[in-house]
Design a protein around this ligand. Structure first.
Ligand SMILES: [Zn+2]
Ligand SMILES: [Zn+2]
Length: 262
């Protein structure tokens, strides 16, 4: 199984996952050209994609979905509520490329088994995904103000977890955002902070998760080294050595990260 974050952050998200002959995107929140450019950097071919999974209808997750679907005849997978909330933002779509996914029930997408789980965010019916190729497992959980025990349990069984580490609380509180926006981000339907991510990462590390990718960093209220150090310090306090006991990385806002093979 292969994983690569093409872009991750409040200005646009797209993740690449492949297994055997199947390659997909999870979200496509930038222009089609930007996503193609990021894929090309790793010699990944957009023509080989077989679908786009959509977590929720916010622009930073769907901006390029319609264009890519039209250009490469890609089916788009989302739950019913997300479809209702996003359909008029995607442009004209071929009806056969509209795929409504079941809630919390696994379904096949080529060589992958996909399952969705509910997350806490201010969108119609936002979800995270697990992806399974018969051997390895990946979970993706960003844009969530809170992680339930159920979701923690799901994530603990994974080989790789993409975990939101959106903001540093002190930067958010002292920053220039208007008060209501600060409250929204901090709320249980907003975004996870670096400290939240650190706590979850410690739990996942002890459950044997081998790769944790910190994702969806805010441009204004975080920076990669701060997110990394907050989580790494918490792990070290629990005697987990990032780089040795597990792979800890920060997904880049503006381009692709490493192509990880599981
Ligand atoms: Zn987002
Ligand atoms: Zn969102």
């Amino acid at each position: 199984m292969k994983f690569c974050s093409l872009y991750s952050g409040s200005s646009g998200n797209s993740l690449y996952v492949s297994a055997k002959d199947t390659a997909i995107l999870v979200d496509a929140g930038l222009s089609g050209k930007q996503i193609e450019r990021a894929m090309n950097a790793h010699q990944l071919k957009p023509e080989k994609l077989q679908g786009i999974l959509v977590t929720h209808e916010h622009r930073d997750h769907i901006h390029g979905v319609g264009v890519l679907s039209r250009r490469y005849r890609l089916p788009i997978y989302a739950n019913e509520d997300t479809w209702q909330a996003m359909e008029n933002k995607l442009g004209k779509l071929k009806p056969e490329l509209i795929r409504i996914i079941p809630e919390s029930q696994p379904f096949p997408l080529g060589d992958l088994e996909v399952n969705s789980f509910s997350i806490q965010h201010d969108a119609a019916n936002p979800v995270g995904f697990t992806l399974h190729d018969g051997k390895k497992n990946i979970a993706i959980a960003t844009d969530t103000g809170w992680i339930s025990e159920d979701v923690k349990t799901i994530m603990s069984k994974m080989d790789l977890v993409v975990l939101e580490s959106n903001h540093d609380l002190a930067m958010l509180e002292s920053g220039c955002y208007p008060y209501p926006l600060k409250q929204r981000i901090k709320s249980s339907i907003g975004h996870l902070s670096n400290v939240d991510a650190a706590e979850i990462a410690c739990y996942l590390a002890h459950q044997g998760v081998a790769h944790i990718i910190l994702a969806h960093l805010s441009a204004e209220n975080n920076y990669p080294l701060l997110a990394y150090q907050t989580v790494a310090t918490a792990l070290e306090k629990k005697s987990v050595r990032p780089g040795k006991d597990l792979n800890l990385a920060v997904a880049k806002r503006s381009g692709p990260g490493t192509l990880t093979t599981l």
